[in-house]
Design a protein around this ligand. Structure first.
Ligand SMILES: Cc1cc2nc3c(=O)[nH]c(=O)nc-3n(C[C@H](O)[C@H](O)[C@H](O)COP(=O)(O)OP(=O)(O)OC[C@H]3O[C@@H](n4cnc5c(N)ncnc54)[C@H](O)[C@@H]3O)c2cc1C
Length: 291
């Protein structure tokens, strides 16, 4: 049995790796120094990704994506993992969950996201609801044809660049033998909606230039048309589309580890002590072998 990559998969890997080396690496020092990605650089990376045919490569061809399968997309993420997370953000991979768009949501959110015209972010986590998503306090109450939302989300990646955010919000509660269980609904929330604020989150110890944001909802009124999927069906939407991202987080980490290894290997070959490259000392070479 052959577990190797096909020629086409090798081509995907090589294309993305060259892109990262040529279009991402050269800007990393600047981002590291300033903690910001200049607008022109962001737009340049985005346009080059579109030109390469890789923007929204995780979406099917039927909606204008590159139609990569899970393995191919995991390989893309692995190669992107070598580069700065802040810069890679503009090698756009919108949330797959947008495939749940229906009716005019398709023209307003899904297609512009795939074309790179509108950027998205995804918000589930709250200060007191991380792994325990159902513990969320952010809630929406029905008021005529609208929903009125109150609460806070945090750790939201990319929200500073987002034109809209897919937000998971509690829309009720069921009593179960194990205690109350939140019903959750996904909503599409446009930047600029009254009562919706996006503000700076916490400083990260790494990933310079990457920001996580805090979202606040203060009696924010959303028309019913902003519901993504079914009311109280947020978990189904999450389970259908979000699981794939768990693999990509892992593969991205593999890419990061490989880049670190490259650095360590090069340094141990260049750095000389006691008359030879430090990589020649077993104390260092064994560690490299283990890596
Ligand atoms: C770089 C980064 C980007 C992120 N981007 C986003 C984003 O865009 N949108 C978004 O919504 N969220 C985002 N998050 C938040 C992320 O989803 C949460 O950090 C994650 O769900 C964990 O929640 P928590 O940090 O509150 O940790 P906690 O849930 O408090 O967990 C703390 C520790 O306890 C462990 N633990 C928790 N429950 C159990 C259990 N039942 N059994 C055993 N161990 C347990 C956990 O494994 C962990 O080690 C991001 C986080 C990071 C680090």
């Amino acid at each position: 049995m052959n577990f190797g990559l096909t020629e086409e998969q090798e081509m995907i890997v090589n294309t993305v790796r060259s892109f990262v080396e040529n279009e991402i690496y050269p800007h990393e020092d600047l981002v590291e120094r300033t903690g910001e990605v200049p607008h022109e650089i962001a737009q340049d990376i985005k346009q080059k990704t579109i030109d390469l045919g890789f923007y929204a490569c995780n979406f099917p061809e039927s909606v204008g994506g590159a139609g990569l399968n899970h393995l191919e997309f995991a390989l893309v993420e692995r190669e992107l993992g070598r580069g700065s997370m802040a810069l890679n953000h503009f090698f756009g991979r919108p949330q797959n969950i947008l495939m749940a768009c229906e009716g005019d949501q398709i023209e307003r959110y899904l297609l512009p996201a795939v074309r790179g015209e509108r950027m998205d972010a995804l918000a589930m986590t709250e200060p007191d609801a991380g792994s325990d998503v159902r513990g969320m306090k952010c809630n929406a109450v029905r008021d005529g044809g609208d929903w009125v939302v109150n609460g806070t989300k945090h750790f939201i990646s990319g929200a500073e660049h987002a034109d809209f955010v897919i937000v998971f919000i509690a829309t009720g509660e069921d009593q179960t033998p194990k205690g109350p269980k939140k019903r959750i609904t996904a909503f599409l929330v446009d930047r600029g909606t009254p009562g919706f604020t996006i503000r700076d989150g916490y400083q990260s110890v790494s990933h310079r230039g990457y920001k996580n944001m805090i979202l606040e909802f203060d009696n924010c009124r959303l028309p019913h048309a902003q519901v993504l999927g079914e009311v109280d069906g947020g978990f189904e939407v999450m389970n259908t589309w979000l699981y794939a991202t768990r693999i990509t987080v892992a593969t991205m980490s593999v890419g990061r580890a490989r880049r670190c290894f490259d650095y360590a290997l090069n340094y141990s070959a260049e750095r000389k002590q006691f008359g030879q490259a430090i990589g020649k000392f077993q104390g260092v070479s064994f560690q490299l072998a283990e890596l």
